[in-house]
Design a protein around this ligand. Structure first.
Ligand SMILES: [Zn+2]
Ligand SMILES: [Zn+2]
Length: 170
């Protein structure tokens, strides 16, 4: 049983009743190509609200992610702060396949939090909005200064194409 399993016994089937929950827990293995949740436990401030269909969980989730800049590959850490609002269907409610469910008198919030956090991780993290990236030829970090390749190796006939590419990337 994960620490993210909460009892809803007191409010299930009593629409209008609610409980506030502050839960911290470690979640491992949430990642995308350039981002992953780090070892900092996630902190949630959630309200569990009883409605006719089940229990509605809403509130705030905070975590910390280890990211890799999509342009210069530098690693950096960034807070993850998201809002969630998800229904857990009461036992016996037929609300479809991709709905979270109350099992018995408990709701396991882990799958919901995993889904929400994975969606909140940036797909294209940047160490800073104007990161210049690395030179594709010599690997110089253009944030630290220009290299010589760009000027010397560029065939003037390709200049318009390079300008276009830079505009698209920018
Ligand atoms: Zn960068
Ligand atoms: Zn270079």
């Amino acid at each position: 049983v994960s620490t993210l399993t909460v009892s809803v016994a007191e409010i299930l089937g009593r629409p209008g009743e609610y409980r506030d929950l502050d839960i911290s827990a470690s979640l491992e293995g949430i990642q995308t190509t350039l981002a992953r949740l780090d070892a900092t436990p996630i902190a949630t401030q959630l309200r569990a609200e009883s409605i006719v269909e089940g229990i509605l969980f809403s509130g705030r989730v905070r975590a910390s992610a280890q990211l890799e800049c999509a342009r210069c590959l530098k690693g950096f850490t960034e807070p993850v702060d998201l809002k969630v609002r998800e229904l857990y269907a009461a036992p016996g409610q037929e609300l479809g396949d991709d709905v979270y469910e109350v099992k018995g008198l408990e709701a396991d919030l882990e799958p919901m939090l995993r889904d929400a956090i994975a969606l909140a991780l940036p797909l294209n993290p940047l160490c800073r909005p104007d990161c210049k990236g690395l030179c594709g030829i010599c690997g110089t970090d253009w944030n630290e200064g220009p290299c010589d390749c760009r000027v010397d190796d560029v065939d003037p006939r390709w200049a318009p194409l390079d300008a276009l590419r830079e505009r698209l990337e920018g």
